[in-house]
Design a protein around this ligand. Structure first.
Ligand code: MSP
Length: 501
């Protein structure tokens, strides 16, 4: 089975920041999880290099747009690498191979009769590179996102007949209840469609930084058409001499922020249908990380700068925090102080401590060998039962519920810490008649940590890897609690998450 997951491609007019890292981390969690299920995964990310936002930024800096793109794209590539993303390719839309692919698809849309010439008049935001309908305008004819006054533009250009796809889109949404998750975003997209779709302009006569229309070289393609098609074109040239389109098309899950919902949930599937291509199977929409909080933290100051966090704490702590602090799909506040609080309470004290005391006790009481025992029935009951946790996490991640899946794992981390307190292995160790009981407890702790470490790979690949190595576990695929017996020799390891001071 194949699993194709994408992030939006990032505008090269700005420096990468935590919001970009967030989308990438979310997609990476899904990519890694599906690899663990033994699926054939392709994970794509990249940069969006054409269009007005980039042309304007280049003009402000007094350089050519391509120069700005060449300067900034590598910063995004480095960001993606630093957060530990396992992408299979990084597409840049200024790549001529992408242009060839876009031209071919758009020519098909034209040949299929879904394009016409007309005059556009409306409110245009150059920062969004988007015309706003009257309904979308902010107070005083402003852009609701950038809060800048908008100009009324009138121009001759080509139109994509979006209105002709209303019925197809409604059918798509009706047939696939989870085409867009979470559900409230699905309703938002659907109500946009239900209000009636207007055709969208496809080209700009004035813009220079963009691809010419294949059938009218005097017009440049509106950047969103060029950008959306990256998801399709990349498969044809990501591997030298190999076309991956048949193997991976259509995308299984496309991750994106709520600000670009309309493009992905309405225009994108319509464009694909117009080109005779299959629309994506599902979109996962996340909210915004709000970075307004001013409270100072001990070591990070008051801005949550991903580079600073990674320098000091490594990528895993940042990935964990992003998935944990803000419920995936919702908006939420993030801050340096909030990061440190979770780092200390959950990573150092809960997970770190569980691992270090378990390994230490196996070392001390059983010469470093995991005893061979059975799953403890006490861990098979209740909402935080270790049994079945793998299935629960799979089901949640099938709906892209990243934070909920992490919560499901975390309730088990807490369950195992309680299990230690309930059983007091240090007391059992003093009493020879409790030897079997001690074997049982130590086995269950080691086995519990093994299963949780496997489930945590998508969130914290590096930490989980270290933990699994310490447990002499070579397998990296998901596994059920109790599937492995004892007998393996463990290693004690330095603290997974050193305390802050
Ligand atoms: N270039 C377009 C996407 C084209 S996809 C065919 C674009 N680029 S962007 O760089 O502005 O945004 C890329 C992604 O980053 C979006 O998913 C956006 O939601 C996300 N984020 C940017 N700032 C964000 C936050 N503060 N919080 C969470 N994500 C946000 O849009």
């Amino acid at each position: 089975m194949s699993f194709y997951v994408t992030t939006p491609i990032y505008y090269v007019n700005a420096e990468p920041h935590l919001g970009h890292a967030y989308t990438t981390i979310a997609a990476d969690i899904l990519a890694r999880h599906h690899r663990q299920r033994g699926e054939d995964v392709f994970f794509l990310t990249g940069t969006d290099e054409h269009g007005e936002p980039v042309a304007l930024a280049a003009e402000r800096e007094g350089v050519e747009p391509q120069e700005l793109a060449d300067r900034n794209a590598p910063k995004f590539e480095r960001m993606v690498e630093r957060i530990g993303a396992s992408n299979d390719f990084f597409i840049r839309t200024s790549d001529p191979r992408h242009a060839d692919g876009v031209a071919a698809v758009m020519q098909t849309v034209y040949d299929n009769g879904h394009v016409y010439e007309g005059v556009y008049e409306g409110w245009y935001c150059p920062r969004c590179a988007d015309f706003k309908t009257e309904r979308e305008l902010g107070p005083g004819n402003t852009c609701p996102i950038h809060e800048i006054p908008l100009e009324r533009e009138r121009e001759e250009n080509w139109f994509f007949r979006l209105s002709a796809f209303e019925a197809d889109l409604k059918r798509l949404y009706a047939e696939r209840a989870d085409f867009v998750v979470p559900g409230f975003r699905r309703n938002e997209a659907l109500s946009f469609i239900d209000q009636g779709l207007e055709d969208v302009s496809l080209s700009r006569p004035k813009l220079e930084w963009g691809m010419p229309l294949p059938w009218d070289q005097s017009q440049r393609m509106y950047v969103w058409f060029d950008a959306l098609l990256n998801y399709y074109t990349a498969l044809s040239f990501a591997r030298d001499g190999e076309d991956l389109t048949d193997r991976f098309w259509p995308p299984s899950r496309q991750v994106l922020g709520k600000d670009i919902l309309k493009f992905h949930a309405v225009i994108w599937p319509a464009l694909l249908i117009a080109a005779g291509l299959e629309p994506p199977r599902g979109l996962a929409i996340h909210g915004f990380l709000l970075m307004g909080e001013k409270k100072m933290s001990k070591s990070l100051g008051n801005v949550l700068d991903p580079n600073q966090v990674i320098d000091r704490f490594g990528p895993d702590a940042l990935r964990f925090y992003c998935a944990r602090e803000v419920s995936f799909g919702q908006d939420g506040n993030v801050s340096a102080a909030g990061f440190e609080a979770r780092y200390e309470a959950e990573l150092a004290n809960e997970l770190g401590n569980l691992a270090s005391r378990t390994l230490a006790m196996i070392d001390r009481y059983r010469d470093g060998v995991v005893p061979d025992a059975e799953p403890d029935p006490a861990l098979a009951e209740g909402p935080d039962a270790l049994e079945g946790v793998d299935g629960e996490v799979r089901a949640l991640l099938d709906r892209a519920e990243l934070s909920q899946a992490l919560e499901a794992i975390w309730t088990r981390v807490r369950r195992l810490n309680r299990y230690v307190e309930e059983n007091r292995p240090w007391d059992l160790a003093k009493d020879e008649s409790e030897a079997d009981r001690l074997d049982l407890v130590l086995y269950n702790l080691a086995e519990g940590i093994r299963v949780l470490a496997l489930l945590l790979i998508p969130y914290m690949p590096e930490t989980s890897g270290r933990l699994l190595e310490a447990l002499a576990e070579g397998n990296r695929e998901l596994d059920a609690f109790g599937a492995r017996g004892g007998g393996q020799s463990i290693d004690r390891i330095p603290a997974l998450f050193p305390k802050l001071d």
